[in-house]
Design a protein around this ligand. Structure first.
Ligand code: ADP
Ligand code: MG
Length: 248
């Protein structure tokens, strides 16, 4: 099992003309689940996007390292190969690109010039992992996310994570759009991954219900671009009861 850490140090970032993250610091170790909770608009998705290097966001200061590798210096696909995965809040449709095509590019054990549908190991693992998460095998041949429901897309994101076996996964509202059974399946699979290969998780969510199926080791509350409170699971219960008003 791998051991290592994803370290975010005093990260300030935003879009041109507007600072959204105003000094975020946290460290996730392999095998740990960290929850990031916070009200709408506090910068949770921005944090996810900046970690993965989405175009349009700019880093103003701070550092992000994965096992000592400076992620912010790398393009997105190399961040993936360094071991970072992002499950997007709103997974997008990618017509013309199948799941196998997309996944080959992110696996560090596949040479870049061999990426593509001919890469069998991804294929085999894909079918096996699809069954484990209850993702219909018929969807594997389809263009990425095209005509999938919100819940199917979230299962698809989870499936991609289990095929890629990243060191660290940022899950941006993986619970949104999932019914209670799908939520339990996704939560269980992510939890299993922490034990199977030491996956470290940064689970972004508004709601405690995800954390009932994916119990966090650490809970962070974000407000206005900063981590304003860090604690154990009881912090999630507190937020669930009292809301975010006290943190604004
Ligand atoms: P959260 O995920 O916590 O709800 P976001 O990170 O999506 O919050 O957004 C934080 C704030 O930054 C919001 O006010 C949002 O409108 C703004 N924002 C984020 N990304 C962009 C963008 N690409 N362009 C313009 N505004 C953005
Ligand atoms: Mg968001």
């Amino acid at each position: 099992m791998s051991s290592g850490e994803l370290v975010i140090e005093d990260l300030c970032a935003g879009i041109p003309g507007r600072e959204i993250l105003k000094g975020v610091s946290l460290t996730v170790r392999s095998g740990e689940v960290h929850a990031v909770m916070g009200p709408n608009g506090c910068g949770k998705s921005t944090l996810a996007h900046v970690l993965m290097g989405r175009p349009g966001y700019e880093v103003l200061s701070g550092r992000v390292t994965l096992d000592g590798v400076d992620l912010l210096a790398l393009p997105t696909w190399q961040r993936a190969r360094a071991g970072l995965f992002l499950a997007m809040q709103h997974p997008i449709e990618v017509p013309g690109v199948t799941l196998v095509d997309a996944l080959g590019a992110g696996r560090p054990d596949v040479p870049a010039d061999e990426v593509g549908p001919q890469f069998k190991p991804v294929d085999e693992r894909l079918a096996e992992q699809a069954d484990r998460i209850g993702f219909d095998r018929r969807f594997l041949e389809r263009p990425l996310n095209v005509d999938l429901s919100g819940g199917e897309r979230k299962r698809n994101e989870t499936l991609q994570m289990t095929v890629l076996e990243p060191r660290f996964a940022v899950l941006d509202e993986i619970d949104s759009g999932l019914d209670v059974d799908a939520l339990a399946a996704v939560g269980r699979r992510v939890l299993e991954a922490t034990a199977e290969w030491g996956l470290g998780v940064l689970a972004i969510t508004h709601f405690r219900r995800l954390l009932d199926v994916l119990p966090p080791d650490v809970v962070h509350v974000m407000a206005d671009g900063k981590v304003v409170a860090t604690g154990d699971r009881s912090l999630a219960d507190l937020v669930d009861k009292s809301g975010y008003a006290g943190y604004r």
